[in-house]
Design a protein around this ligand. Sequence first.
Ligand code: 13P
Length: 257
Amino acid sequence: MAKLIVGNWKMNGLGPALAEAQAVAAGLAGSLAGSLGGTLGGSGVRVGLCPPATLIERMARSLSGSPVLVGGQDCRAEASGAFTGDVSAEMLSEAGAVLVILGHSERRAGCGETDALVAAKVEAALRAGLEPIICVGETLAEREAGRAVAVVATQVRGSLPQVLAGRAFSVAYEPVWAIGTGLTPTTAQIEEIHAAVRAEMSAVLGVPGARAPILYGGSVKPANAAEILSVAEVGGALVGGASLKSADFLGIIAGAG
Ligand code: 13P
């Protein structure tokens, strides 16, 4: 299955940053035409960028005709209403998004998002025709207590609604302690958690839901991308800091070829 490589710009990027997105699209086009052709194109690596909400419409417009998918970083579960400051899945879709990141640890920890709320947002994303990327991951304290597998399994069970079965989505395993720290789990640790995520997906959604890719996120960079992306059950990457620079992001995408 095609690997999915998605950049999460978080709360970074004003208008001039769109040049980086265009450079990613140009780099992909160049790769298709050049020596990497067939690895990026033939095996079908899918590439996405999730800028801040203010840039979604402009990015979607400037990338139209390119294979780069545009996504949001969160949405409200309701379609509309008196929710000051929030953005619905329908609004993201109208702006040109096709992906949406949900349940990122920065929202779980910083905005008190529970598994049940994440599941409601996933349903909203599907309602609006968006492809959700559902994030899970343990804290350092939870890992040190030997609870990483249990914590992640509980998050998967609670955050994936039944309606996902047969729909396009992915799960992203992002250990909280690896985000923005330069630390990464060992390949054995990634493999263990991804296997547990796959087992939970199968238990919750049955066979049709169990085929969705499981991304890894947390300090992915060009130097470690190929190794991480070759681990069993790693179906792609969710990239933070290294997605802000087109050269780094393209280097990671090359690692998926
Ligand atoms: P970094 O790649 O900066 O560690 O961030 C990972 C992340 O949180 C992506 O959603």
